[in-house]
Design a binder for this molecule. Structure first.
Ligand SMILES: Cc1cc2nc3c(=O)[nH]c(=O)nc-3n(C[C@H](O)[C@H](O)[C@H](O)COP(=O)(O)OP(=O)(O)OC[C@H]3O[C@@H](n4cnc5c(N)ncnc54)[C@H](O)[C@@H]3O)c2cc1C
Length: 205
């Protein structure tokens, strides 16, 4: 049996190993040994008062094993001989369009006006230090698209317009931390984002 419950864990207790299992057992009035696994579905922090707490939404597996495989899996087969789809730009839209093409058996051919994600750094430095703007490689243009060199918050209002979870799972597949799957305010981080963009390029190439 699987039960979804909400738990509030004070910040001081959060670091204790097994705290979720313990709290879940208490909440459900069952023994800890009856719980096979606790899966975090959503995590947020409530720091409005001096007693800071984490709000967890968890799935409690009672006498039932956690499924081994995620419902999302990504397999990128060789599409070099497949029908071509041309994609202009390797920003988020272009990257995910290219990945989707491969998943559907098409060969994406990406035309990107800017430089590779790591090479963009030099052009950003030129903007900040010398006020020289390369019009093809800057904060907006270049591999990874606009926002690659911001802090990588994963906010969207279009939750009903597509499978956002699939995008997050794919970012994890390409190197993002699994925390983005549960955090209420998921965040990739400026340091991590370029590497993930490189990994996506490797998949596409
Ligand atoms: C500074 C900044 C910070 C941001 N921070 C965040 C954030 O933290 N979280 C968030 O969710 N969103 C953020 N955004 C918004 C986010 O970056 C955009 O919503 C997103 O990049 C749009 O993706 P896109 O693929 O549609 O377009 P773009 O990212 O603009 O990608 C378009 C790509 O096409 C290329 N291109 C353009 N013209 C041509 C051409 N003629 N030929 C070939 N290639 C071309 C460009 O070089 C670019 O790589 C930020 C944006 C900026 C500018």
């Amino acid at each position: 049996m699987v039960k979804e419950i909400q738990l509030r864990i004070p910040i001081q207790e959060e670091k204790f190993e097994g705290i979720l299992k313990k709290k879940a057992a208490r909440f459900l009035n069952i023994a800890e040994k009856d719980i096979s696994a606790v899966k975090v579905l959503r995590k947020s922090i409530d720091a409005r008062k001096s007693d800071i707490v984490f709000n967890y939404k968890v799935a409690v597996y009672i006498h039932e094993q956690l499924p081994e495989f995620s419902e999302y899996s990504f397999e990128y087969k060789d599409v070099t001989k497949s029908k071509e789809v041309h994609i202009i730009g390797f920003g988020p839209a272009g990257m995910f369009a290219a990945l989707r093409c491969i998943e559907l058996g098409y060969k994406p051919v990406v035309l990107e006006r800017g430089k590779k994600v790591q090479e963009r750094r030099r052009d950003l430095r030129a903007i900040n230090q010398f006020h020289i703007v390369n019009e093809d490689s800057n904060y907006c243009f270049g591999e990874g698209g606009a926002g690659t060199y911001s802090d990588g918050k994963l906010y969207t209002r279009s939750l009903k317009r597509g499978d956002v979870r699939r995008v997050f799972e794919n970012l994890v597949f390409h190197g993002a931390t699994e925390e983005i799957l549960v955090d209420a305010h998921p965040h990739i981080g400026t340091n991590n984002l370029p590497k993930i963009v490189e990994n996506i390029r490797e998949t596409v190439l």
